[in-house]
Design a protein around this ligand. Structure first.
Ligand SMILES: [Zn+2]
Length: 244
């Protein structure tokens, strides 16, 4: 069986997070142009200037005092935000998933050879990825020249992924060399160095046997939006230590 793991580029993640039109009731809840329900239940498209009017009306209001309905609403929203925050980060403590594939070399105490076919900033991103994984407290080391992992970077166009990993492991067991990891410059050329590194280090996570995990981990599926760091976190390290 052959598999691929692709990531959503930053623009897609941002649109999923922030730009999706929302159907809501009540003009006061509008935070941007979009669909909303009138009192008679008809959906209407409201343009962005409603937001500015709403924000101005907020600024004119005095801060709500204890016992007021607005105060209770603000408190309820703050509690909800706190619960979501805790859920996001506590769930990620044991959130890793695996592909079921592994490198037997690691069990023999050998490193995993690789070749960096990329050049320029892409090559630097892949070196960063290798070093980030080698610095993590796991038995895995990517070192030496060979084709177990092949890293490439180029302008692959509007593919819908900024990074992708192609791998094969018959019967969900041992990786068949090579595992190919790609960085798509179509997207990453406009990324910060950190976001580009988070793409390559994430793809190396796939090349070591990890599948996707939650916000706050390296194995989160999307770039941008502040969810994914550029180095392995505790959950990612636990996943690798579980595999090996
Ligand atoms: Zn991925």
């Amino acid at each position: 069986m052959c598999y691929s793991r692709a990531e959503l580029p930053v623009a897609t993640v941002r649109s999923l997070n922030h730009n999706t039109p929302r159907l809501r009731s009540g003009t006061r809840l509008m935070r941007g142009g979009g669909w909303h329900l009138t009192n008679s239940g008809l959906p209407v498209w409201v343009r962005g200037h409603v937001v500015r009017a709403w924000l101005l009306s907020i600024r004119r209001r005095p801060f709500p005092s204890l016992g007021d309905a607005p105060f209770l609403r603000v408190t309820a929203l703050a509690l909800l935000a706190a619960v979501l925050f805790v859920l996001c980060f506590s769930a990620s403590a044991h959130a890793y998933t695996t592909e079921g594939c592994y490198w037997p070399r690691v069990y023999r105490g050998e490193s995993i050879p690789w070749t960096n076919y990329a050049s320029g900033p892409d090559a630097q991103s892949f070196f960063f990825a290798k070093n980030a994984w080698n610095a993590a407290p796991t038995p895995v080391y990517i070192a030496g020249s060979g084709n177990n992992i092949q890293a490439s970077g180029a302008y692959y166009g509007n593919t819908g992924w900024d990074g992708i990993t192609y791998y094969s492991c018959p019967n969900a067991a041992v990786f068949v060399s090579p595992v190919n990891v790609y960085e798509n410059d179509y997207y990453t050329n406009s990324y910060s160095a950190r976001d580009a590194e988070s793409v390559t280090t994430h793809e190396f996570g796939h090349a070591l046997g990890l599948n996707h995990s939650y916000c706050g981990t390296l194995m989160y599926y999307g770039t941008g939006g502040g969810c994914r760091p550029n180095t392995p976190q505790g959950d990612d390290v636990n996943g690798i230590n579980h595999i090996y």
